[in-house]
Design a protein around this ligand. Structure first.
Ligand SMILES: NC(=O)c1ccc[n+]([C@@H]2O[C@H](COP(=O)([O-])OP(=O)(O)OC[C@H]3O[C@@H](n4cnc5c(N)ncnc54)[C@H](O)[C@@H]3O)[C@@H](O)[C@H]2O)c1
Length: 375
């Protein structure tokens, strides 16, 4: 149980990364009395100082250690957990350093840039006994929990479909990436599909393409069909250059199941129509997006209970992205097991820490390794 601020001291956190999303995290931390910001780190100290100065009142006035070196700020600030809001390429080094310094980590999505790096971090959690939870903030939405409750009440799932059509002009790196939609955005919907179906991916066939009018250099549109472990199919269709009648940022959803159907616009309460009357479980409000994700992390650190987006589980959401890109590139159906096996070989080959490589090498298989407890 989460204690009230009066009877349990707040969790001392150190935030790494003070860019666009870092500022949103500073606001989420400021709004949660169960956490206390004691340090803020960025490669650019001026960026960190400016973000702190712009943070909500209360945070900027506190005694927060600002610096460019995670380990040094961790030592001087007395932090016991890290909120990692750095760019994806930094997630692996930042999280490795934090875990081996004895800190628990709540990290922005994606877990890491590659599945191989994610496997390395799971082994690091097992070696250190520290927690690494990924903030899949779009799960933290009462409407998504409601859709999941409908799915549970409707019985065997047939098809879960998600349409994601937006037309943002971001400028910057997204307009230069080879797969902006699949790599930067689709992880949210892929992860939500796992959550709603309570099933894991088995294989995918995907196509990625760039419409003639696209303002992106890479493929801004994609379709993907995933076979899921419950026998259902998750079909995703999306575009980032789709002006007119845009969907919500969560996407527009339809579940077809044995007992009926449910739909969700991603912005409004989902609706359900069943063949027979159904019993739908009450759904508590998990808190919205970053606030919900942070509250769940604090509760999990305090009571030690498993959390739904621990890295060992979240690896499978990133594997969906990597498999979809591999399928779109090769034109072949791609099995998730093959993605995991290739990532495992790469993780062993590239690991720079002997202790992590030995821990990885001791896994009987990737899935058994992911399920292993701390050593
Ligand atoms: N959940 C969401 O809806 C959502 C939305 C946007 C971004 N994100 C994620 O948030 C993360 C950050 O995105 P952003 O848009 O804030 O990026 P950004 O580029 O605006 O900011 C990243 C910051 O991290 C700093 N940084 C990079 N490497 C570092 C390191 N090794 N140590 C310390 N600081 C380092 C950079 O200097 C920069 O200030 C990414 O993983 C991104 O995918 C999530």
């Amino acid at each position: 149980m989460t204690g009230s601020p009066s009877d349990v001291p707040p969790l001392k956190v150190l935030q790494v990364g003070a860019g666009g999303m870092g500022r949103a995290w500073l606001s989420a931390i400021a709004a949660n009395p169960d956490v206390e910001l004691v340090g803020l780190v960025d490669l650019d100290a001026a960026v960190a100082a400016a973000a702190l100065a712009a943070a909500p009142a209360g945070l900027s006035e506190r005694d927060v250690t600002v610096g460019t070196d995670l380990l040094e700020v961790a030592r001087t600030s007395g932090a016991s957990a890290v909120v990692d809001v750095t760019v994806p390429t930094a997630h692996h080094p930042v999280t490795t350093a934090a875990l081996f310094a004895g800190l628990d980590v709540l990290g922005e999505k994606p877990v890491t840039e590659t599945v191989a790096e994610a496997l390395s971090l799971v082994a690091a959690t097992q070696l250190t006994g520290r927690r690494f939870v990924v903030s899949q903030s779009r799960r933290f939405n009462q409407q998504a929990f409601q859709l999941r409750a409908f799915a549970q009440a409707l019985g065997a799932a047939g098809t879960l479909a998600c349409e994601f059509f937006k037309a943002p002009h971001f400028g910057g790196f997204r307009e230069q990436m080879p797969h902006p939609l699949l790599v930067d955005m689709a992880i949210h919907q892929f992860d939500l599909a796992r959550f709603v179906l309570d099933a894991d991916p088995v294989a995918v066939y995907a196509e990625a393409f760039n419409p003639r009018w696209s303002w992106y250099a890479g493929d801004a549109s994609a379709v993907a069909t995933f076979e899921m472990s419950d026998g259902s199919r998750f079909s995703y269709s999306g575009s980032w250059c789709a002006p007119g009648l845009e969907t919500s940022w969560n996407g527009s959803w339809r579940l077809s199941a044995e007992g009926g159907s449910a739909i969700w616009t991603g912005d409004d309460a989902p609706s359900v129509e069943s063949v027979e009357p159904i019993d739908v479980a009450e759904v508590a409000d998990p808190g919205r997006e970053l606030a919900g994700s942070l509250a769940a992390f604090v509760a999990g650190i305090r009571d030690g209970a498993p959390l739904m987006c621990e890295a060992a589980d979240n690896v499978l959401s990133l594997a969906m992205v990597e498999a979809a890109v591999a399928s779109a590139t090769s034109g072949q159906r791609v099995a998730i097991d093959d993605v995991l096996d290739r990532a495992y070989e790469a993780a062993l080959a590239r690991e720079t820490r002997d202790d992590v490589r030995e821990a990885l090498a001791a896994w009987p298989s990737v899935l058994e390794g992911l399920a292993s407890p701390a050593v």
